[in-house]
Design a protein around this ligand. Sequence first.
Ligand SMILES: Cc1cc2nc3c(=O)[nH]c(=O)nc-3n(C[C@H](O)[C@H](O)[C@H](O)COP(=O)(O)OP(=O)(O)OC[C@H]3O[C@@H](n4cnc5c(N)ncnc54)[C@H](O)[C@@H]3O)c2cc1C
Length: 282
Amino acid sequence: MSLTNIETFVRPETVEEAFAALGEHARPISGGTDVMLRNPTAATTLVDLMGLPLGEITESPGGGFTVGANATLTAMADHPGLAGHLGGILPEMLVHVGSPLLRNQCTLGGHLARGRLSDVVPVLVALDAEITWFDGEHHAAPIARFYEDGTHRGRLIVTGVEIPAATGTSAGAFHKFLRTFFDLALLNAACVLWASGDGTLDAARVVVGETPSLGVRVTAAEDALAGVAPGPEAFAAAGAIARAEVETRADSRASAEYRSQLVGVAVERCLAKAAARLEVSS
Ligand SMILES: Cc1cc2nc3c(=O)[nH]c(=O)nc-3n(C[C@H](O)[C@H](O)[C@H](O)COP(=O)(O)OP(=O)(O)OC[C@H]3O[C@@H](n4cnc5c(N)ncnc54)[C@H](O)[C@@H]3O)c2cc1C
C-alpha cells in the first residue's frame, strides 16, 4: 500500500464543491478502505467526501428511508428503523460484509461507487431502492439500472440511497456463501416475499449477486412464486429456475459450475428464511 503519488488532499463542504474538485488526477475518497488498497495511481489529489453533510439516515413518516452516502455500514446496521425493515434483511446482510472494523470505516457511498464484489447491492435491488448522485445535476435511478447503464463509471458523487416503505405483509432475507466468516461472497442471494391473505404468496423479489452482474433479478422465479403456497416445494422450484437462468462466473475462489450449483441452494434457503419471517410477523 502506498499513496506517495498523492500531493494534495482537499476536504470540500458541499457536494457542488466536491464535484468541481474532481478531475482526471483528482479522485474521491470516503472511508478509504478500497482507495488505500487499490491506490488510484493516476491521481495526485484526493477529494475527501467525509466533510459533506451526507451522514444521516432518516425515516420518512410513511416508513421509507433516506441513507446518506457517508453513513457507515455499522451505522446502517445499528439504525433501529433499518434494522426492523422487512424482518431485518439489512443487518442480516451487513453483518456479513467483511469485519466489524471494516464496517465501522467503510461508507455506503464508497461501497456503491466502487461497483464490484458486493453483498449490499443484491439487497438494495430486492428492496427496490434508488441510488442518488450528483454530476453537475442531482439524479435518482433504480440501483440495478445505475450499474447496467455503466453510470457508476462516470465522474460523479454518490449522495445516497432511497429505500421505499414496506408494503402489505412482507419480509425479506439474505443468504451468502463464503469460505470463511470474513470473506467476500462466492455467491449471494436476496429476496422479499409478500403474503396474500389466503395462505399464498402475492409476489416475490428474487435477486442473485456475485455473478457477472452485481445483483440480477430472476423474474422467472418471481413469477413462479406468485399465487402459490410458500413451502419447500415452491422454493426448490424457484431455486431450480434461478439455477437455469442465472449466468455464473469463474475466478480464483470458485468455478462457474460450482457457483451455478450454489445459485439454486442460495435462492431456496433465502426464500425459506423470508417465509419463516412472514409467519412470525403475520
Ligand atoms: C478486507 C476487506 C473485506 C471486505 N469484505 C467485503 C464483504 O464481505 N462484502 C462486501 O460487500 N464488501 C466487502 N469489502 C468491500 C468494502 O465493502 C468496500 O471496500 C467499502 O465499502 C468501500 O467503502 P469506502 O467508504 O471505504 O470507500 P473508499 O475506499 O473511500 O472508495 C471506494 C471507491 O469509491 C470512490 N468513492 C468513494 N466515495 C464516493 C462517493 N460518495 N461518490 C463517488 N465515488 C466515491 C473512490 O474514489 C473509490 O474509487 C471488503 C473490503 C475489504 C478491504
